[in-house]
Design a protein around this ligand. Structure first.
Ligand code: PBG
Length: 320
């Protein structure tokens, strides 16, 4: 059954389609030209204009969705720009909706690390005391709830909480409903590991923690059962879709989650996965296009219904 292309195509078990992919994008306030991200060749921090073009391009080739990460000009202790109606993320979400309507599923990454001056994903306890400099779960939930409402008001079809606070999905669902955004969906980053593969993203989104790490709230790469607990909790709290992140080092986890749940499962092929392939290809060590297709197909084969990938537009154009 492997003798010809037609035979292999007829008997293939897995397919990657443009609509299975979601494009992550970065929008930066106060720049006149798109800024390249050195550790992610081909990826830029967008201006509002260049982002509108990128969204239109993604829609034109049939990409399924887009997820927005905003980088404000001013950061503070509580991430005040995250829920500001005039904040850069809200403007970008509205721009994309104006450009693409309902053609693309417009998602908003919901976290505070790009908006806080300390780079942590939430409100910190005062330094020096018992919980010195730790992210405080419950005060952070209030900030996430307000941010979700601002993102929905700006036009997000989906909000995607990525901060790994306990109870975040429930808090966001309640706030969205109370504000009348009953149809805004929640895609929970339910399974998010404390991963070294986020390195390049932290340059792109300017959200690296100034001190410490995220190991107290993101998951330990040693654990998989824990992922199923996280997913169960999020679904019980109202998650409409769940996500596993990173993808390639966690294909077993994607498979287990996909077998366990009855909601759509996504996977995030993160910045480090992207950078590894680009760097090796630039050295002539890997066939770039074949490697990209193999990784994306494998993530789908593991059970992901949709994949967040920085290659979404390029690959959609190629496979269409
Ligand atoms: C948090 C967030 C991160 C990523 C997506 N959302 C970074 C982190 O937790 O440090 C990483 C995505 C990537 O590496 O491509 N807002």
């Amino acid at each position: 059954m492997r003798t010809t292309v037609a035979m292999r195509r007829l008997t293939a078990e897995t397919e990657l389609r443009p609509r299975d992919m979601v494009l992550p994008v970065f929008i930066k306030e106060g720049i006149a030209e798109p800024q390249p991200v050195s550790s992610m060749p081909g990826v830029v921090q967008h201006t509002r204009d260049s982002l509108r073009k990128a969204a239109a391009e993604a829609a034109a080739v049939g990409v399924g969705g887009i997820i927005v990460f905003g980088i404000p000009a001013v950061k503070d202790e509580r991430g005040g720009q995250a829920d500001d109606p005039d904040g850069i993320s809200q403007r970008a979400l509205a721009d994309i909706r104006a450009e693409t309507g309902d053609e693309l599923v417009v998602m908003a990454d919901l976290c505070l690390c790009e908006y806080t001056d300390h780079g942590h994903c939430g409100i910190l306890s005062p330094r020096g005391g018992q919980h010195s400099g730790e992210v405080l779960n419950d005060p952070t939930l209030e900030r996430y709830a307000a941010t979700a409402v601002a993102q929905a008001r700006a036009g997000a079809h989906v909000v995607a909480p990525s901060g790994m606070m306990d109870g975040q999905v429930g808090a966001i669902r309640a706030a969205l409903d109370a504000a009348g955004f009953i149809d805004t969906a929640i895609c929970a980053y339910s399974v998010k590991y404390a991963s070294a593969f986020y390195g390049p993203f932290r340059e792109a989104a300017e959200g690296a923690p100034r001190f410490g790490d995220r190991a107290t709230h993101q998951q330990d790469p040693a654990n998989a059962n824990e992922s199923l607990r996280e997913v169960e909790l999020d679904i019980a709290e109202g998650a409409d879709m769940v996500m596993v992140k990173p993808a390639l080092a966690y294909l077993d986890v994607i498979r287990r989650v996909a077998d366990e749940v009855r909601v759509p499962v996504g996977a995030y092929q993160v910045s480090g996965e992207f950078a590894m392939v680009e760097a090796a290809a630039a050295n002539g060590w890997l066939d770039r296009d074949k490697t990209i297709m193999e990784t994306l197909t494998s993530i789908r084969r593991a059970g992901a219904g949709f994949v967040l990938t920085y290659w979404a537009t390029e690959v959609a154009r190629r496979i269409r």
